[in-house]
Design a protein around this ligand. Structure first.
Ligand code: UDX
Length: 434
């Protein structure tokens, strides 16, 4: 299959490289010449394990190319994927679809022969109808179908998620388009991934419902964690106790500082707005978004409590800044609110993150950055573990204690066993465990 991928951002790049690896011929298009030039030279603008190798192999073997010329890529393609950004619109929380609609206009002007236009970007219900209308308006004669094919990959595990998905969702009622999509995903039949075909609106909603449900699961266990602290129970026991019930499932039950990232906060908000517009409010999701928002600052207050109630004039070492490990993504990271809360309370912040410090520099003020975890903890009155990078899981606690001004650890990801840390003379606070 010949595929054009519009948008060489996170989803576009991962999807493009994986489709090429399936054996398709893929051309990734982006408006930014610098990005395309860098990709041509083998430089990947994002941190994602395995992606650089996958891109290099497929470029070398002639299946993957990059261009700024959308028309050229679209003309040659049987399927055109729209994988441009859909940020939250300033002010009202709705997804901003201007990039999607602009792409639709440009695709319409360029396409030749029967073309399947696929939205991979996360788009609100009804966007496919509008994309279809736009294409029809620009090219009344065009032979095409618009399909929704949402992406469920996680940052840090994107390639594995793409190649071994739990399911593939294809939203179309056009038989020809379904045949094209089945051909594109044929290599995954080998993995027996279920391919679900449904109407376009159901596919669009599936993506939002999945993310909102996962966000709800996390928020649920976070509230149970808070309750555990009051009643003297261990949230990890409770999570395991409920998670082994197959109806609940054990994943996404790790209590922590609240969810962040480029998807959950934005997608829950967009779902809430859509539901309100249709006068069918999703009140559970509304509560989830509000609770998660408050939680991030509450975690800052938790660090303050671990320090005996005041951090004025103290130095707090923050380990981990990104919204989760194995990414350099700082979007909606809980660390941002936690650090601001600590700064508002008069703390000095020293931080270390293996991948996130560059991005953090543009988002936080008055933070000093360290070379590694021990350098970060030097002279600190507390260490706050905010992101569970593997390198923080096996710290030499005796060494850490020697360099710190006060032996206090606030482990917001529950990566240590309380007794192990306390035995070494630390004051130790975690989430949902006493
Ligand atoms: C998510 C979805 O998993 C993915 O299917 C969708 O396509 C995009 O959004 P991602 O944002 O990359 O992926 O990260 P994910 O691993 O899902 O984690 C999201 C946030 O939830 C992180 O901040 C993480 O720390 C938090 N989280 C996750 C928890 O606090 N507890 C958990 O048990 C799981």
């Amino acid at each position: 299959m010949r595929i054009a991928m519009i948008g060489a951002g996170y989803v576009g790049l991962v999807s493009g490289a994986c489709f090429a690896d399936f054996g398709h011929s893929v051309c990734c298009v982006d408006k930014e010449p610098a990005k395309i030039e860098a990709l041509r030279q083998g430089r990947i603008p994002i941190f994602e394990p395995g992606l650089a190798d996958l891109v290099a192999t497929n470029v070398r073997e002639g299946r993957l190319s990059f261009t700024t010329d959308l028309a050229e890529a679209v003309e040659a393609a049987e399927a055109v994927f729209i994988a441009v950004g859909t940020p939250s619109r300033r002010g009202d929380g709705h997804a901003d679809l201007s990039y999607v609609y602009q792409a639709a206009r440009e695709i319409a002007a360029a396409m030749k022969g029967y073309t399947v236009v696929v939205t991979k970007s996360t788009v609100p219900v009804g966007t496919g109808d509008e994309v279809e209308r736009i294409i029809r308006e620009v090219r009344p004669d065009a032979d095409f179908a618009v399909v929704s094919n949402p992406e469920f990959l996680r940052e840090g595990a994107a390639i594995a998620d793409f190649k071994r998905p739990d399911r593939i969702v294809i939203g179309t009622e056009d038989e020809r388009a379904l045949a094209v999509m089945n051909e594109i995903y044929r290599p995954l039949y080998l993995n027996q991934a279920p391919i679900l075909d449904m109407c376009r609106r159901a596919a669009e909603l599936t993506k939002y419902a999945a993310n909102a449900f996962l966000a709800t699961k996390i928020t649920f266990i976070n509230e149970i964690a808070d309750l555990c602290e009051h009643v003297g129970a261990d949230v990890q026991d409770v999570a395991r106790g409920i998670g082994l019930d197959n109806r609940i499932g054990s994943k996404f039950l790790h209590a922590g500082p609240g969810y962040g990232g480029s998807c959950f906060p934005k997608d829950t908000l967009a779902l809430i707005k859509t539901a309100q517009d249709f006068e069918a409010p999703t009140r559970i999701v509304e509560a989830v978004a509000a609770i998660n928002d408050q939680r991030k600052r509450a975690m800052g207050r938790k660090v303050i409590a671990a320090c005996g109630g005041s951090v004025r004039g103290k130095t707090i070492a923050v380990l981990g800044l990104t919204f989760k490990p194995n990414t350099d993504d700082m979007r909606e990271a809980p660390s941002l609110d936690i650090i601001r809360t600590l700064q508002d309370a008069g703390a000095r912040i020293r931080a270390y993150d293996p991948e996130g410090m560059e991005a953090a520099k543009g988002m936080l003020q008055d933070v000093s950055y360290a070379r590694d975890a021990y350098d970060c903890a030097e002279g600190a009155h507390a260490v706050a573990i905010v992101t569970e990078w593997n390198m923080f899981r096996a710290l030499d606690l005796d060494r850490l204690k020697r360099v710190m001004a006060e032996p206090v650890i606030a482990d917001l990801r529950n990566i240590y066993r309380p007794e192990d840390v306390r035995r070494r003379g630390f004051t130790y606070k975690s989430v949902g465990r006493v």
